[in-house]
Design a protein around this ligand. Structure first.
Ligand code: SAJ
Length: 426
């Protein structure tokens, strides 16, 4: 048996590329989102997310007639839940979108259906939360319908390629469910597909992002140490990384996005007595924006009253996603330290932060500045020519938090340049 029709719930960064890729590989796909604005814009041919190649893919899927966008699920052979799992103020997982999606599927469930959860979730969500809701249909999970957890692993900025090429883990509530998942994803996945149980698959996903978070926290702590001991962290990391078994990541203003800065908390919530390392890593990364502002103040004096231009607000380079962005946190700390802050985010010039000026162009952003700070290594910000910039700004001091700028070039153009983690610079 193969799956002919698929209903994908949640048309965000994962759901929309997934629904469109299935559609362009021949399945009849119903893409569902409860946000009427998203449904309307997609139905008008507009894509609400910036991701290289996504607009073309969505348009191809819609024009082929294989992808239709609705605000409610409809009967289908298979269902994929790809809704957000954010955390609440208290860092506890908010599973309300997952439970709402499951409740919406239940009335449409039929014998032979397959349900897959893709949203990153705390361990045991599939068996303890999803399964009982779906069984309210009167059908038995693993017998009448199959149920599996399969985490997405795609990197924003490279989603379309990684969706197809990455290895995929599919955890079934039993063997038949895992095999059913494999049958569905084999439609387009060219990477290896590994089958396991649902809770292992949930843990695998959380472990991947937690591992990266801990490694970035180590890099950030090394940067703080380098500053104390008059070492340039960027030189030190590049030398340490010549060791055949060492690969230290990059320090920066912190860890953002809706994945790595969120997922480790699911472990902390589920087992606070076992997660002191994971918890500490989160605290190091979350305190990095404050560290950046203190570093700047130590190097350049009181920030109160200074006109500071912050370049980049996105959570990482070359994406338009501002969720959980440490750059925004840094800007808020600068503002609260009394600086008059102007921001320029080339991917989202409409974004606004209270009591902070948003510039629409680089030129507008820097003209009046006393100090410029690079927060995101967007390609176009890294490519700024300091000699040209010097003609358009009164600032002669810059802070580079991401090692995006060449120190000698900026010095030659007349700037004092500080780098986060460069303790060699007084
Ligand atoms: N960052 C650093 N230093 C580094 C690398 C990253 O400070 O050396 C920061 C980034 O600037 C950003 C944050 O970490 O603020 C996260 O960026 P990222 O590129 O490491 O990861 P995401 O959040 O874009 O995507 C991650 C990926 N997970 C892993 O690499 C283990 C991706 O494969 C997942 O699919 C995705 O999370 C997800 O959706 O869970």
């Amino acid at each position: 048996m193969s799956y002919q029709t698929l209903c994908v719930l949640g048309l965000g960064y994962i759901g929309l590329p997934t629904a469109s890729t299935f559609a362009t590989h021949g399945l009849k796909v119903i893409g569902v989102d409860t946000n009427p604005a998203i449904v309307e814009s997609l139905n008008n041919g507009k894509v609400h997310i910036f991701e290289p190649g996504l607009r073309t893919l969505v348009q191809a899927a819609v024009h082929s007639g294989n992808l239709v966008i609705k605000d409610q699920p409809q009967p289908a052979d298979a269902f994929i839940i790809a809704v957000p799992t954010p955390f609440k103020e208290n860092k506890l997982a908010d599973l309300s979108f997952v439970t709402a999606a499951a409740e919406a599927i239940t009335p449409h469930l039929k014998k032979g259906n397959l349900v897959i959860l893709e949203s990153t979730s705390p361990p045991r969500t599939t068996v303890d939360i999803l399964l009982p809701i779906l069984e309210k249909s009167g059908l038995s999970a693993g017998k009448d319908f199959q149920l599996a957890y399969s985490p997405e692993r795609v990197l924003p900025g490279q989603i379309l390629r990684e969706l197809i090429e990455n290895a995929r883990v599919i955890g079934g509530i039993n063997d038949d469910s895992a095999k059913a998942g494999k049958l569905l994803y084999s439609t387009f996945v060219r990477g290896e597909i590994f089958l396991t149980d649902a809770t292992t698959a949930e843990m695998v996903k959380l472990m991947e992002n937690t591992y990266r978070d801990i490694n970035i926290a180590a890099a950030n702590e090394f940067a703080r140490l380098a500053d104390r001991f008059q070492v340039d962290i960027w030189e030190a990391i590049s030398l340490a990384n010549r060791h055949p078994r060492v690969e230290i990541l990059n320090p920066g203003p912190g860890v953002g996005g809706h994945c790595i800065s969120v997922d480790p908390w699911f472990f902390v919530e589920a087992a606070p007595d076992l997660t002191s390392l994971i918890h500490s890593a989160r605290q190091v990364n979350d305190s990095q924006p404050e560290y950046v502002v203190n570093f700047l103040e130590r190097k350049t004096g009181k920030l109160n009253g200074k006109k500071i231009t912050a370049l980049g607000l996105a959570y990482k380079p070359d994406v338009d996603d501002l969720r959980e962005s440490p750059s925004i946190e840094t800007v808020i700390h600068l503002r609260d330290a009394g600086a008059k802050v102007t921001v320029y985010e080339p991917f989202d010039t409409d974004h606004s932060i209270e009591a902070v000026i948003s510039a629409r162009t680089l030129q507008e952003a820097v003209t009046q500045a006393d100090l410029i700070i690079l927060l995101v290594g967007h390609s176009q910000l890294k490519e700024i020519d300091p000699t040209e910039l010097a003609k358009n700004t009164s600032a002669r001091t810059v802070l580079d938090t991401v090692n995006g700028w060449n120190k000698q070039e900026w010095q030659k153009a007349g700037f004092s340049i500080y780098k986060l983690g460069d303790g060699k610079q007084p």
